[in-house]
Design a protein around this ligand. Structure first.
Ligand SMILES: *[C@@H]1O[C@H](CO)[C@@H](O)[C@H](O)[C@H]1NC(C)=O
Ligand SMILES: *[C@@H]1O[C@H](CO)[C@@H](O)[C@H](O)[C@H]1NC(C)=O
Ligand SMILES: *[C@@H]1O[C@H](CO)[C@@H](O)[C@H](O)[C@H]1NC(C)=O
Ligand SMILES: *[C@@H]1O[C@H](CO)[C@@H](O)[C@H](O)[C@H]1NC(C)=O
Ligand SMILES: *[C@@H]1O[C@H](CO)[C@@H](O)[C@H](O)[C@H]1NC(C)=O
Ligand SMILES: *[C@@H]1O[C@H](CO)[C@@H](O)[C@H](O)[C@H]1NC(C)=O
Ligand SMILES: *[C@@H]1O[C@H](CO)[C@@H](O)[C@H](O)[C@H]1NC(C)=O
Ligand SMILES: *[C@@H]1O[C@H](CO)[C@@H](O)[C@H](O)[C@H]1NC(C)=O
Length: 901
């Protein structure tokens, strides 16, 4: 009688110990998956979760010291045992789209409301696109309201192979041709609770790209790093390691292959809830999201451009910007008065700077109210805007989503009508709008997921446009930002405002500086829709502008979500006037190209803090190669428009602007391609040189299209730029001199007036002599810069249309030319489409780089042509004054040169 309890407990203890030992066995720390990703892990809490608590095997004090910031994670002490409760397959049926699998689990785990019966759909959508959907078998859950392609029939040919494990249930996706892992969920348990979904995948290498919006280098290298990235839109000045304005849970993974071709694949987690992604050097990635379903795409590439194309097929292609938006944009917060605004415009004009687009910030509004302007401080703004437009220039202004709720009734129709129509976000379980605080004081928030809101927004934007004829909309503060946490009345105590697991968002709280997540929107709760607020506002604004302007819309949004690029573009938010942020702008803009926002930029010269002449000069030079080029700074600091700097700095900035403007036909063609055939506009070097390992982490240089290499000076006191020149033929721009050190790092002598730009052999760059502004410059003659490859060939293309009509691509109302040089020394121009004929388009001259034999004769369309010069020192041929009408009915035109024997 006395012995039994002892024996029982002894046996239990013994068993727990031995099973425990077995379950917890780990040969390497890297294979541990964090069972306590929330803060406050302890042995007690860990063991309560039926997880293992142990010091790392290779424990050193440096493991701990390694945490540089709160987003850095390390080897977890609490990790999943190998026999943690798992799902197993109970049925597996073939379907028209692929397979439908039922998985069940009998034991709950440590998060409330475990869902024990799940359906897994495996969709073989296209040859290169595989989709996994895991959802509650019985209850409909929130799904991201993004218009993704609906595929009902399985692709016939597929580049991937899919295998399932029975128990524990797992999915393995490999590349058919090489067997490389593209997705493998067998590493850690799938947990699917109502507000906690956990799924891991093995990565094929520790080298990743994407996962935004974060301030980080281009390459995410987790060879020796544990790292956590959090996804939740948030208004905060840019800083490393925090969730920022946008959410793009998409990454590209490089498949290291030292013997042959390097391949790439991608993954997109279509989920809008607050999410942590934990990266560890195994290498592996764990998605932890607090709602929705698992809806995961795998893109097989195999090139990095293929991966991006496959991703954009799902989220939508980038917006095609109007031609005028490629010019120089100038803004500042705090012009304060119309006199100060016109003074800046005048000094820019007097200093001979092109300002194609003048912007103003919230200070033009009356009491910060949307759809108003202050008729005292900005008296005459409507007339000024009309004057700007009459000069062939453009005007942009800001608008915020927060609508003031405290104006006297009857005085502010946007609020009164919005209230009557019920279009504002409401409090939990109530029809009353939730009230927060933004610039105008107490505000309510339009719910752009409601179709009625789009009508309301269009109506008030149209009325505003009648007074101030803006050319597009700049939508800010749309994370949405709120100066108080949640609302003026706080939030509820329910689990939508206080979820059992909170991803590591800035502020420690998902209601921090935004509206309560329990608030209700037309499509779902704010808990589910928060990170898509800017997405829906951009979509509504794009639709409104199409209605109002009947022109191609231009929208600039601070907050974005996967797919936003179809409706808007993005600038990187509130950066600072530092050399660090000068550099950081490059990886950030490259990433936004990957995310489908090709027309992206960063505040030139820095938004926060005082800039300096050296920094601002270098930033204007770099900014001349940003897709979107805007100089903007904040209130209360010194002006930083180019005209305030020394005469010398002004000349340097002007030279950078002239360089940009002369290349716009090339840029515009790149934007056309981005919107029609899904190519990026600026790109990292590894896109073009994927087998060159030296390029994998380069993010202080970039390419414009495939052909222009930009290596800016990003340092304060340096006059050399240490830059990588890939193995290829390169010519200095604009001199045309070929450089002979390639396939290595080169120290380029870079005095302040110099920008290192190189043209790649094999490409033809269409250029144009700039006019006084973008509208007036469009009829100037073009020049082709022909950069010959080693074998003496080159090719290029040119897109041309009226610049701002809607849907010119879809309706094919443009002209399109392709041109190439073959080894027979002939430039042939093919007019493939000549639908846009309202403006003349004339080829004035051709500059051919890399002509190694002296040229004695040039023929244009078969006739001998006398106006050319050959520079034997630099191997450059100039053919000038040709004035070929590219719209000539002849299908092809030729320019031929021949060398003396
Ligand atoms: C870590 O550092 C502490 C004191 O700083 C020392 O007592 C301890 O032995 C160290 N542990 C290891 C594993 O190096
Ligand atoms: C990745 O990091 C490892 C370890 O820090 C380093 O050895 C390697 O060169 C890095 N890879 C790249 C492509 O930068
Ligand atoms: C490396 O690339 C070659 C050629 O494409 C291919 O045959 C080989 O299987 C690849 N190896 C791996 C490990 O991917
Ligand atoms: C206008 O400019 C002047 C001179 O630069 C400055 O002193 C003044 O504060 C500005 N006014 C406002 C309202 O910002
Ligand atoms: C100026 O704006 C105020 C506030 O919106 C308005 O009451 C007033 O009528 C306006 N004055 C003029 C001259 O437009
Ligand atoms: C919703 O509000 C009604 C009326 O105030 C109340 O009776 C009900 O309990 C509330 N429901 C929830 C889930 O809070
Ligand atoms: C999160 O925000 C809510 C509502 O604003 C507040 O009641 C709660 O204390 C906050 N929690 C934390 C951990 O800061
Ligand atoms: C650059 O030079 C300035 C002035 O000599 C000096 O104050 C600054 O610390 C230097 N900066 C760097 C990054 O070396």
């Amino acid at each position: 009688m006395i012995r039994w309890p002892f024996v029982t407990s002894f046996i239990i203890l013994c068993c727990v110990t031995c099973i425990y030992t077995q379950q917890c066995e780990q040969s390497v720390d890297l294979a541990r998956f964090d069972c306590h990703p929330d803060d406050g892990a302890s042995q007690e809490r860990c063991e309560a979760r039926k997880c293992c608590w142990r010091l790392p095997i290779q424990h050193t004090n440096s493991t701990e010291k390694h945490r540089k910031s709160f987003q850095d994670i390390s080897v977890p002490l609490c990790y999943f045992p190998s026999d943690f409760p798992a799902y197993s397959i109970v049925s597996n049926e073939p379907t028209s789209f692929g397979k439908r699998v039922r998985i069940v689990k009998s034991q709950t785990t440590f998060m409330p409301n475990d869902i024990l019966d799940l359906t897994v759909d495996l969709l073989y959508e296209t040859q290169q696109r595989f989709r996994i959907r895991i959802y509650d078998t019985f209850n409909k859950r929130f799904e991201v309201p993004l218009d993704v392609p609906v595929v009902e029939k399985k692709a016939d040919m597929i580049d991937y192979e899919v295998k399932l494990a029975q128990k524990p249930f797992a999915i393995l996706v490999t590349r058919k041709s090489t067997g490389v892992t593209l997705f493998d969920s067998s590493l850690s348990p799938l947990i699917f609770a109502d507000q906690f979904i956990h799924i891991s995948t093995r990565l094929s290498s520790p080298l990743l790209y994407g996962l935004g919006e974060h301030t980080q280098p281009l390459l995410i290298n987790i060879t020796n790093e544990w790292k956590r990235l959090t996804f939740w839109t948030r208004d905060i000045g840019v800083r490393p390691d925090t969730n920022l304005y946008g959410v793009h849970p998409f990454h590209i993974n490089l498949e290291l292959n030292k013997t042959g071709q390097t391949s790439f694949h991608g993954q997109f987690m279509l989920n809008a809830n607050a999410m942590d992604m934990n990266l560890q050097p195994l290498p592996a990635l764990t998605y932890i999201t607090i709602g929705g379903i698992v809806d995961l795409y795998v893109f097989t590439g195999p090139t990095v451009q293929n991966v991006i194309q496959q991703y954009w097929d799902v989220i939508g292609k980038p917006l095609f910007p109007p031609y005028w938006t490629l010019g120089f944009h100038l803004c500042r917060w705090g012009y304060g008065t119309i006199e100060n605004l016109t003074e800046v415009m005048q000094r820019m004009h007097d200093a001979d700077f092109p300002v194609d687009i003048q912007w103003t910030d919230i200070d033009t509004m009356y009491a910060h109210l949307d759809f108003t302007y202050d008729n005292k401080t900005f008296h005459g703004l409507p007339e000024l805007v009309r004057k700007i437009k009459a000069e062939g220039r453009h005007y942009m202004n800001i608008i915020d989503p927060g609508i003031s709720s405290t104006q006297p009734p009857g005085t502010y129709p946007p609020y009164d009508e919005g209230l009557a129509q019920g279009i504002f976000i409401t409090k939990y379980n109530s029809t009353e709008p939730i009230v927060g605080e933004v610039w105008p004081g107490p505000t309510v928030f339009p719910d752009f997921t409601n179709p009625k809101t789009v009508e309301w927004w269009t109506k008030f934007l149209a009325a505003y446009h009648e007074i101030i004829p803006v050319d597009g909309m700049w939508i800010d503060m749309n994370e949405p930002s709120n100066f108080v946490d949640g609302s003026h009345e706080g939030c509820t105590s329910n689990s939508l405002d206080n979820p059992p697991y909170t991803p590591h968002v800035y502020g420690g709280n998902i209601t921090a500086k935004t509206v309560c997540t329990s608030a209700q929107q037309y499509l779902s709760s704010h808990y589910n829709l928060h990170s898509m607020y800017g997405y829906f506002e951009a979509k509504a604004t794009n639709i409104a502008l199409r209605t109002i302007l009947k022109k191609r819309p231009f929208v600039l949004s601070r907050s974005t979500f996967a797919g936003s690029g179809h409706y808007t573009t993005h600038w990187s938010g509130d950066n600072a006037a530092t050399y660090q942020d000068l550099y950081q702008s490059i990886p950030t803009i490259l990433n936004h190209n990957i995310f489908g926002m090709t027309f992206a930029g960063a505040e030139i010269c820095g938004f926060n803090d005082e800039t300096t002449e050296d920094l601002c000069t270098k930033w204007m030079q770099l900014g001349a190669f940003y897709p979107f080029m805007r100089n903007h700074n904040e209130i209360g600091i010194k002006a930083q428009d180019p005209a305030v700097f020394s005469w010398e700095a002004q000349q340097i900035m002007k030279q950078a602007l002239l360089m940009r403007y002369s290349l716009l036909p090339y840029w515009y063609t790149l934007f056309f391609k981005a919107s029609s055939i899904s190519t990026t506009v600026i790109e990292p070097l590894f896109f073009e040189y994927p087998n060159d390992e030296n390029t994998y982490n380069i993010d202080r240089q970039f390419l414009v299209g495939p052909a222009l290499l930009v290596s800016p000076n990003l340092l304060q006191n340096s006059t050399t730029v240490h830059a990588y020149v890939p193995q290829d033929v390169w010519y200095e721009f604009p001199s045309g001199i070929q450089i002979n050190k390639v396939g290595q790092y080169v120290d380029f002598e870079t005095p302040i007036q110099k920008i290192n730009v190189h043209v790649r052999g094999g490409f033809i760059i269409p250029m144009q002599i700039p006019g006084p502004n973008l509208v007036y410059g469009r009829t100037n003659p073009l020049e082709f810069l022909v950069a010959l490859s080693q074998s003496g060939s080159a090719s290029g293309s040119l897109f041309w249309d009226d610049g701002d009509s809607m849907d010119t691509i879809e309706t094919k109302s443009y002209s399109y030319f392709e041109f190439n040089v073959t080894t027979s020394n002939t430039l042939t121009i093919y007019a493939l489409l000549t639908k846009y004929r309202d403006l003349p388009i004339v080829l004035g001259g051709v500059k051919v780089l890399g002509v190694h034999k002296s040229v004695t004769n040039v023929n244009v369309n078969g006739k001998s042509y006398p106006n050319f010069a050959y520079n034997a020192n630099d191997n450059i041929l100039f053919i000038y004054g040709v004035n070929l009408n590219l719209l000539d009915d002849k299908m092809t035109q030729t320019i031929e040169w021949s060398a003396s024997a």
